[in-house]
Design a protein around this ligand. Structure first.
Ligand code: IYR
Length: 228
């Protein structure tokens, strides 16, 4: 196990921090409480958010574990009005088809509490759209394919860490998945080995932003323990 070789050296993990148990408990509780304040919102302010804040949140996401450490993600950060408009227009074409014909009735019923519809003004209003791409394989110089592993799991973890980082920085977020979303690759000129994964909308909430009254499953409902 953990066999290091001359070709693949290891080093001590100097960055690890151990806390006293009482501090571990209070940190765990405070972090959970803080994450529970996060809500998905759909009404954004057009107030600007400094690019450096987004950059640090993406740096946080880039620390995610990934299959064979292949880091199969790309974050296209869109703040330009022209690209935001193109993305909104293309997304609304798909969303209209979804709401008017494609979506089964049960799906629409499940969405009813969220109050969503085909209009996606937030794609233009919010200062930043972070379009997450999943790199299905890496294209090497001679046109070959270097495989990536557990791509959805890896990119999903990185996206979760991105959402936590944005929330921690004081930003409101929305995960948006227009379907199909191949148009994102074209608009953002990403290569064919990348698949659009989702859009993270980030910014300040509109002053009158409201959230649906829905709740989260209790810890008991989502956990089973096997203890001695
Ligand atoms: N993509 C559509 C529909 C939608 C689907 C799910 I699942 C959601 O949790 C929310 C919306 C839209 O963005 O409106």
């Amino acid at each position: 196990m953990n066999g290091e070789t001359a070709e693949h050296p290891f080093r001590p993990w100097n960055e690890y921090r151990r806390y006293p148990l009482a501090e571990m408990q209070s940190r765990a509780r405070a972090f959970a409480d803080d994450l529970h304040r996060r809500r998905t919102i759909r009404a954004f302010s057009d107030s600007p958010v400094p690019e450096t804040i987004i950059a640090d949140c993406i740096r946080a996401a880039g620390s995610a574990p990934s299959g064979a450490n292949r880091q199969p993600w790309h974050f296209a950060v869109v703040g330009s009005a022209a690209e935001k408009r193109r993305i909104r227009e293309a997304a609304e074409v798909e969303e209209r088809a979804f709401y008017e014909t494609r979506a089964p009735e049960t799906w629409l019923e499940d969405l009813a509490p969220l109050g969503t519809d085909a209009e996606k003004p937030f794609l233009e209003t919010a200062p930043w759209l972070i379009v997450v791409f999943a790199e299905r394989f890496e294209a090497d110089a001679d046109g070959g394919r270097h495989k990536n592993y557990y791509v959805s799991e890896s990119v999903g973890i990185a996206t979760g860490m991105l959402l936590a980082a944005l929330h921690n920085a004081g930003l409101a977020t929305l995960t948006h998945t227009p379907s199909p979303m191949a148009f994102l690759r074209k608009i953002l000129k990403r290569p064919r080995n990348e698949r659009p994964f989702l859009i993270v909308v980030a910014g300040f909430p509109a002053t009158d932003a409201k959230v649906p009254v829905i709740d989260r499953k209790s810890p008991d409902a989502i956990t089973s323990w096997w203890r001695d």
